[in-house]
Design a protein around this ligand. Structure first.
Ligand code: TXA
Ligand code: MG
Length: 310
């Protein structure tokens, strides 16, 4: 308990000095800085090697603190009440009076906001008088980190402090919805869009492969473990590692299972860490069996499709 308090204090000290640190969320770890400070936000882009025209998500404790930065609407409130804090990111209209650094949004008039559920991060947000801009804590285009050692693997000592919150419960990034006008899904993620549509009582447009550059996370060549991935494979060839959704009886050394029982939530949680593990073992290629497109299976397939473009 005492060490939790002192780690949060330490995290706050770094952030107050406009440094960036890694923080746990229920989806993936984030590389966080003061969203009102251009100095801090520019450091995030630099560390991550992220193009400045790819805007960041800003993390808030709750809706009370969001009023000063964004215009809210009924659809947003409905989804907020049902799912927040949780794995959903909203694109909202930025207020003219907002103090959000213009580097966060690349001068756009919209802002991506999210209310993370991880208790440690919420404890930290409570102590801050600014929200946190935080992209996933990985070098651009690589796999997102789901535990402290993944962040170390990405950045070494370049990240001065990592708030250790254990293994991320969901393991895939948040679902992104543009809610300014007609709801549009911009990224599949940790919240199943069927649940979102149920609350909105209508279908959302799916814009995950749209050509517009607003949400560059949709570009190919994201989420890559750095070695080729072959999807919808029936069996491995040559020296491939083989990733399966469910444990099989014939146990080969190159077989990796995402879940014991074909559980999609568990498979999502294990996806990035399994791909990292395979790369570390020295495999040069990965084959993945066909993953059914239901529930978080949709998000898993989205990430694998992009990674397969490497
Ligand atoms: O689960 C998550 O969302 C994690 C954790 C750390 O919160 N964050 C995350 O951030 O995945 P990042 O930066 O890796 O992905 C954010 C995505 C990018 O694809 C970016 O282009 C899009 O959100 N985005 C940010 N601001 C936007 C905006 N104003 N309009 C449309 N898309 C935006
Ligand atoms: Mg990312």
């Amino acid at each position: 308990m005492k060490s939790i308090q002192s780690n949060i204090k330490k995290a706050k000290l770094y952030l107050d000095k406009n440094d960036c640190i890694a923080v746990p969320t229920e989806t993936v770890y984030g590389l966080a800085g003061n969203a009102y400070s251009s100095l801090s936000v520019k450091k995030i882009f630099r560390l991550k090697k992220r193009p400045m025209d790819n805007p960041l998500i800003v993390h808030y404790l709750d809706i009370k603190r969001l009023h000063q930065d964004c215009h809210l609407n009924d659809n947003f409130i409905k989804l907020y009440n049902k799912f927040c804090p949780g794995p959903i990111t909203f694109i909202l209209k930025l207020k003219k009076s907002s103090k959000i650094s213009r580097f966060v949004t690349n001068n756009q008039k919209s802002l991506a906001v999210r209310f993370p559920k991880h208790s440690l991060l919420r404890k930290l947000l409570k102590k801050l008088d600014y929200p946190l801009a935080a992209p996933s804590a990985n070098i651009s285009t690589r796999l997102s980190p789901v535990k402290k050692s993944d962040v170390v693997e990405e950045f070494g000592s370049k990240v001065k402090f990592i708030l250790n919150g254990g293994r991320c419960r969901i393991g895939l990034e948040s679902t992104i919805i543009n809610i300014i006008k007609k709801p549009e899904i911009l990224r599949f993620g940790g919240l199943d869009i069927l649940k979102i549509e149920k609350v909105l009582n209508k279908k959302a447009l799916i814009k995950i492969n749209s050509k517009n550059k607003i949400s560059p996370g949709q570009f190919p060549l994201h989420y890559s473990p750095g070695i080729p991935i072959r999807i919808n494979a029936k069996k491995p060839i040559e020296n491939e590692a083989f990733v399966l959704i469910k444990k099989k009886r014939n146990n080969s050394k190159n077989y990796y299972y995402l879940s014991k029982t074909r559980d999609f939530d568990q498979a999502a949680k294990n996806l990035y860490s399994t791909l990292r593990k395979i790369k570390k073992k020295g495999y040069k290629k990965i084959a993945v069996e066909k993953i059914p497109n239901t529930g978080l299976g949709k998000t898993i397939n989205d990430r694998l499709n992009r990674a397969a473009k490497y």
